[in-house]
Every structure is written in C-alpha cells, then in structure tokens.
Design a protein around this ligand. Structure first.
Ligand code: 5RP
Length: 233
C-alpha cells in the first residue's frame, strides 16, 4: 500500500546548485553506466543528487531497474521521491558507486564531508569494487586543504580529548562546525559532532594519524583510494 500525499514529496532539494550545467553533464555520464539489476551506491551532495535524477530518468525511459544504497538522509529522501528502491550495505555489496568531493588533488586524493556524511561515504567507497568521483572543475586543487578544512566526526563525550590530540598534528585552526537551521553545533546522522580542521600541509600519513585518535569516528580525508574521477569539462 502506498502513502497518500506523502509529505516527503513536498520537500525540495535544500540548496541552490552551483555550476548546475557542468554537473548535469557528468550526471548524464553516470546514468549511462547503469545496467538493469545494478545495486548502486549513491554519495551525497548536489552532484550526486543530479546523477540520481539522471538515473531515475533512465529507469523511466529505458525500463532499467536499479537499487540505491544512499549515504545520507537527504539522498534517501530523494530516492523515495524518485521512486528508486533503497537498500543497505547490510543486505547488498554495491556493483558500483558514485560520490562527489570537495577537493581532489593530482593523486586523486580527496577531501569530502562538507555535507557531514563522510563516515557512510567512506564505508560505501570501501565496499564498492568501483567508485566514480563526480565533480565540477572547481574541485581540483594542487594541495589538499587549500579551500576546505578536513572534517573530523567526533563522539561527543570525546570532544575535548580529541581536540587536544588533533592540536598535536599542527593544524592552523580547529573549529566546531555550527548548525545552520538550529542552535548549537551540527549533529551528524550518527549523533556525533564535527571538528573542521585546517592544515597548511597534509602528508600521506594524516588520514591514519587522525583515525587513530580514540573518539574519532571518521575523517573526510581519502588518501590513495581506488577511485575514478569524472570531471567536467
Ligand atoms: C558530502 C560530500 C559531497 O560529496 C561534497 O560536499 C560535494 O558536494 P557537491 O556535489 O554539492 O559539490 O562529501 O559529505
């Protein structure tokens, strides 16, 4: 049985989408990769959302059936709105996945997590045999950390001791990410907090150094992952 007048269908995509035309071209490329029966991991952010729209179009026009494994609540809601069946990593290993990024360097290392979903995004990338990183050209950087901090998801009770341990990694600045639509800090989908950490330099060992601090759930650093980057133009 279906819900009548499902309230979810009244929610628009939250933010205006920058560089939409560029992102739509990459979204079309992603949709063209889908085959009937695929289980596809879906990252977060506006580029992933546009790719999801393009996939829904292919499902409608070409009759292919796919299942999506979403990495955030906003993408789960978009799947429901588009009639794309949702699955989880507990049931399925994805055939392939796609996700956006905040920064990409020349070695294809990434900073992700502007949307705060980096824990599930990293789980997805680690579970998928192939992941496409989709982004507009503004995301390419010569040095990771140029435009974005490294987001670190922290168990709330551990905030003070994690803050102290992160300070030993010589950051330029550490700040608690504050919410936009509520008072106080951002609370992640996992009930945790986010510290945004600016570094002047990010050596290859940094992801492991951050992750090894007790109380850190995950960081938005993805150094040396096996990903394929699709950039437009
Ligand atoms: C969310 C992310 C996003 O993939 C990243 O922020 C890219 O977003 P957009 O496609 O809107 O530029 O890492 O946690």
């Amino acid at each position: 049985m279906e819900w009548k007048n499902n309230i979810l269908n009244t929610f628009p995509w939250g933010k205006s989408i920058s560089r939409r035309e560029e992102k739509e071209i990459i979204a079309g490329k992603i949709a063209s990769l889908a085959n009937d029966g695929d289980v596809v991991g879906v990252g977060s952010g506006s580029t992933s959302y546009l790719a999801l729209l393009a996939l829904a179009k292919r499902m409608k026009e070409d009759g292919i059936r796919i299942k999506a494994i979403p990495t955030s609540l906003e993408i789960t809601i978009a799947c429901v709105q588009l009639g794309i069946p949702v699955a989880s990593l507990m049931e399925y290993k994805p055939d392939w996945a796609f996700d956006g990024a905040d920064e990409i360097d020349g070695h294809l290392s990434l900073i992700k997590g502007r949307g705060g979903a980096m824990f599930k995004e990293k789980l997805l990338i680690n579970s998928s045999p192939r992941t496409y990183i989709i982004a507009d050209s503004s995301k390419m950087v010569s040095r990771l950390g140029s435009n974005f901090p490294v987001p670190v998801e922290v168990f709330p009770q551990a905030l003070t001791c994690v803050g102290q341990a992160l300070n030993e990694l010589s950051p330029r600045e550490v700040s608690l990410r504050m919410a936009g639509g509520k008072d106080g800090p951002v609370i992640t989908e996992n009930g945790n907090l986010i510290l945004d950490v600016w570094f002047d330099e990010i050596p290859g060992t940094m992801e492991h150094a951050i992750k090894s601090v007790t109380g850190v759930i995950e960081s938005g650093l993805f150094i040396g992952y096996d990903v394929e980057v699709l950039i437009n133009p």
